[in-house]
Design a protein around this ligand. Structure first.
Ligand SMILES: Cc1cc2nc3c(=O)[nH]c(=O)nc-3n(C[C@H](O)[C@H](O)[C@H](O)COP(=O)(O)OP(=O)(O)OC[C@H]3O[C@@H](n4cnc5c(N)ncnc54)[C@H](O)[C@@H]3O)c2cc1C
Ligand SMILES: *[C@@H]1O[C@H](CO)[C@@H](O)[C@H](O)[C@H]1NC(C)=O
Ligand SMILES: *[C@@H]1O[C@H](CO)[C@@H](O)[C@H](O)[C@H]1NC(C)=O
Ligand SMILES: *[C@@H]1O[C@H](CO)[C@@H](O)[C@H](O)[C@H]1NC(C)=O
Ligand SMILES: CC(=O)N[C@H]1CO[C@H](CO)[C@@H](O)[C@@H]1O
Length: 312
C-alpha cells in the first residue's frame, strides 16, 4: 500500500483533544504529550516539533470527565470565557500544544533508528503476518499494519476501517496559532507546520468508511470557507494554497489494539510472539509514542534475552 506517503505528507500533526474519552486513548495521549513537549524543548529543531499556542472549540459540550482530564495535563490550559466564544461554539480552551512537521519528523525518527540504534530496515510487502518470522531467531513480530490490518492474512481484523481526510497545504506565514473546531458533523482546523518557512495545514474532513484517495474541488472549497471563517486573517493576499491532499486514517472500532499474542507457526511446530499495534486512527502522531511504549513493554523479557544473546 502506498498510503503512507500520502499520510506522511498530508498529516498536519497537531496535538489535539479530539481523541475519544476512553481510558486507553487518554493514557496514550498523555504519554505522547509529555514526550513531545520534552522533545520540543530538548531537540525541537532537529525533530521538527514545536510548542505552539492552540485554541480548540466544541459545538457540543464535551463530557465533564474529558474536560477534567485535559485540565489535568495540558500545559497553560485555560477555559475561554463563554462570552468570547464564536457563534455556535459551546465550549473552548486555550493551551500549549505541540505541532509536528510530519514528513520531516518521520525522517528524523528513521534516521535516529538507523544511525543511533543500528536498526536495519528491510522494505517489502509481507504476504501474511506469519511470514514476518524470517527465521528461527526471529523472536517477536510487531503488527503495525495500519489500514492493511483488515485484509492482511493472519490479521483480518474486521473492526478496522479507514477514515478519509482531505487537507490543503498553504503558505501563510502570518498564521502562527493552532486552531481547531470540533463541529457537530465537521472538523475544521488550522495547523502551522513547524520549521517549514510558513506552511500551514488547513482542514478538514473525517469520513468514516470512505476509502478513496482522490481529492475533490468541492471539499477544497468547503475547507477554505470554514477555515477563513474561523481565522479571518487567512483571507489575505499573503495566503497561498499550494496543494490538496487526501489520506486514510487507520481507524478501529473500540480504538487501537495494543496487545500480545502467541501463535503457532504453520509447518514449523513452533510458537511465535506477535505484538499488535494498529488502529491509531487520527491520532497516530499524538498517541503513537504511548502505544509503542506499551507494545514494547509486553515483550520486555524476550527483548532482554535478545540483548544478552547479541552480547555473547
Ligand atoms: C488527513 C490526515 C490528518 C492526520 N492528522 C493527524 C494529526 O494531526 N495528529 C495525529 O496524531 N495523527 C494524524 N493523522 C493520523 C496519522 O497519520 C495515523 O494515525 C498514523 O499515520 C498511523 O500510523 P501507523 O504506522 O499505525 O499506520 P500507517 O501510517 O497506515 O502505516 C502502516 C504501514 O504498514 C505498511 N504495511 C501494511 N501492510 C503491509 C504488508 N503486508 N507488508 C509490508 N508493509 C505493510 C504500510 O505500507 C504502511 O507503511 C492524520 C491522518 C490523515 C489522513
Ligand atoms: C489534528 O489532530 C487530530 C487529532 O490528532 C486529527 O484527527 C486531525 O486530522 C488533525 N489535523 C490535521 C490537519 O492533521
Ligand atoms: C491563547 O493564549 C495565547 C497565550 O496566552 C494568546 O496569545 C492567544 O491570544 C490566546 N488565544 C485566545 C483565543 O484566547
Ligand atoms: C463556500 O462559500 C460560498 C460563499 O458563501 C458559497 O457560495 C459556497 O457554496 C461555499 N462552498 C462550499 C463547498 O461550502
Ligand atoms: C500470525 C498471526 O496470527 N498474526 C496476528 C496479527 O494480528 C491479528 C490481529 O488482528 C491476529 O489475529 C493475528 O493472529
Amino acid at each position: 500500500m502506498k498510503r503512507d506517503s500520502i499520510v506522511i505528507v498530508g498529516a498536519g500533526a497537531n496535538f489535539s483533544a479530539i481523541s475519544a474519552s476512553d481510558e486507553n486513548a487518554l493514557r496514550w495521549d498523555k504519554l505522547g504529550y509529555a514526550h513531545l513537549l520534552d522533545l520540543a524543548a530538548k531537540d525541537g529543531r532537529n525533530a521538527f516539533v514545536k510548542e505552539t499556542s492552540s485554541v480548540e472549540y466544541w459545538d457540543d459540550m464535551p463530557s465533564a470527565a474529558k474536560i477534567e482530564s485535559m485540565a489535568g495535563y495540558l500545559k497553560d490550559f485555560k477555559k475561554i470565557p463563554t462570552q468570547e466564544l464564536p457563534t455556535g461554539v459551546a465550549f473552548g480552551i486555550n493551551f500549549t500544544t505541540v505541532t509536528i512537521n510530519a514528513p520531516l519528523h518521520i525522517q528524523y525518527l528513521l534516521k535516529k533508528l538507523t544511525e543511533e540504534y543500528g536498526v536495519r530496515v528491510i522494505r517489502g510487502k509481507v504476504p501474511a503476518i506469519s511470514s514476518a518470522f524470517l527465521g528461527l531467531d526471529t523472536k517477536v513480530v510487531f503488527n503495525c499494519t495500519g489500514n492493511a490490518a483488515k485484509h492482511l492474512e493472519g490479521v483480518k481484523d474486521s473492526k478496522c476501517f479507514p477514515t478519509r481526510g482531505q487537507i490543503l497545504l498553504s503558505h501563510a506565514p502570518h498564521v502562527q496559532q493552532n486552531t481547531m473546531r470540533h463541529g457537530k458533523d465537521y472538523e475544521t482546523y488550522v495547523i502551522p507546520r513547524p520549521y517549514s518557512n510558513g506552511k500551514v495545514i488547513l482542514g478538514g474532513f473525517m469520513q468514516k468508511g470512505v476509502s478513496t484517495a482522490d481529492t475533490f474541488g468541492e471539499e477544497t472549497e468547503s475547507i477554505l470557507n470554514r477555515t477563513k471563517e474561523m481565522i479571518p486573517t487567512l483571507d489575505s493576499p499573503d495566503t497561498e494554497i499550494l496543494t490538496a491532499f487526501s489520506g486514510l486514517r487507520p481507524s478501529r472500532e473500540g480504538g487501537a489494539r495494543v496487545s500480545r499474542e502467541e501463535i503457532s507457526l504453520k509447518g514449523t511446530g513452533r510458537q511465535g510472539t506477535i505484538v499488535h499495534n494498529y488502529g491509531a486512527g487520527g491520532t497516530g502522531f499524538q498517541a503513537g509514542y504511548g502505544m509503542a511504549v506499551e507494545a514494547v513493554n509486553t515483550v520486555t523479557q524476550e527483548l532482554q534475552g535478545l540483548i544478552h544473546s547479541s552480547n555473547l
